[in-house]
Design a protein around this ligand. Structure first.
Ligand SMILES: Cc1cc2nc3c(=O)[nH]c(=O)nc-3n(C[C@H](O)[C@H](O)[C@H](O)COP(=O)(O)OP(=O)(O)OC[C@H]3O[C@@H](n4cnc5c(N)ncnc54)[C@H](O)[C@@H]3O)c2cc1C
Length: 298
């Protein structure tokens, strides 16, 4: 009881994950709203009616973060800022990438699930998650299925998600020692800017040879996409500048980007190739990579 009268117990008024799963399966045309950093703009800029809407921001289970057997599991409702804290010690390059997403307000509200489910070809987390070999947990009602995140993005605006199905979590393998992980976002401004191209690299080098390579890009195709021809040209070869320059021919097979107000197709191709060269130099020159910081630590 409060001074004003009866107050329901938190447990009796707060919806949980099962409630949401059942409700969404029953009303699959509802708009799921998480951090609303995308959906909010549909309303304020496009005057779109979003009712009925299901707000999932208060569902504790979607905020779960856990680690087991070398895999970091992040609930779909984990905000960028929360993910950054979890990733900082495990996959530092991912934490650094999150610093390049939006501004603080967007990072505090925007969620990983929203960034994946919106299916944008320039969403910043998807290429990184593809390069890391992450797995999505999708759920409809009580039924769950898992899929490699790279298979989720089918075509522009089309994802492998059924009506009433939602993203519950993403499982991210922590890269093995000896794997060089780098995520480089190219945009006109450092902060609050949309990606022109983003290269995500997980390249394992053992005994001077490339033993595995997963490379994915945003902004280079209608979906976030792996650079499979480039990867194939690297694996099994010595990690040398000559190998890297030869592998660059693969970009023409992997990508045919468009020109738009953010960058021309030619710029995107050149930047994408040079990001691979940058990764090579980062791993071999012994010099610290040049990064532009918004503010220096005190
Ligand atoms: C100023 C500004 C700057 C931004 N900068 C960047 C940037 O630098 N990089 C970047 O990648 N993005 C950026 N964004 C876009 C946005 O922040 C992200 O896409 C964000 O991750 C969306 O998450 P959200 O929780 O806000 O999603 P919402 O807006 O709530 O939802 C987005 C979409 O996903 C669906 N959805 C949400 N959660 C789920 C779920 N669990 N299962 C199924 N469907 C779901 C919604 O129905 C909707 O279709 C920016 C946005 C703004 C407004």
């Amino acid at each position: 009881m409060t001074a004003r009268g009866w107050r329901p117990e938190a447990s009796s008024c707060r919806a949980d994950l099962d409630d949401f799963a059942a409700l969404y399966a029953k009303t699959p045309d509802a708009t799921v709203v998480a951090g609303a950093t995308d959906v909010g703009l549909w309303v304020t800029k496009r005057f779109r009616a979003i009712a009925p809407a299901i707000f999932i921001g208060g569902i504790a289970e979607l905020k779960a973060i856990g680690e087991a057997k070398g895999v970091l599991s992040l609930g779909a409702g984990v905000s960028y800022s929360e993910a950054r804290t979890a990733l900082a010690s495990r996959i530092p390059a991912f934490a650094a990438l999150i610093d390049r997403i939006g501004g603080e307000q967007v990072r505090n509200m925007g969620t990983l699930g929203g960034n994946i489910a919106n299916g944008s070809p320039i969403g910043d987390t998807a290429p990184a998650l593809i390069a890391l070999g992450a797995t999505l947990v999708l759920r409809k009602g009580a039924k769950r299925r898992r899929m490699a995140i790279e298979d989720f993005f089918i075509a522009y605006g089309k994802q492998d998600r059924q009506k009433g199905e939602f993203v519950e979590a993403v499982d991210v393998p922590i890269p093995a020692a000896g794997t060089h992980v780098a995520f480089h976002k190219v945009s006109k401004r450092r902060d609050e800017d949309i990606t022109s191209t983003l290269g995500a690299f997980a390249i394992a080098i053992n005994g001077g040879k490339v033993t595995s390579a997963r490379i994915a890009y945003g902004g280079m195709a209608a979906t976030p996409k792996r650079a499979k021809a480039v990867e194939a040209a690297l694996v099994g070869k010595p990690w040398t500048r000559a190998t890297v320059e030869a592998a660059m021919a693969g970009y023409d097979k992997d990508f045919a980007p468009i020109s738009d107000m953010r960058a021309s197709a030619g710029y995107r191709m050149l930047a994408a190739r040079n990001l691979l060269l940058r990764v090579f130099l980062e791993t071999t020159s012994g010099k610290k990579p040049v990064t532009v910081k918004r503010r220096e630590a005190a």
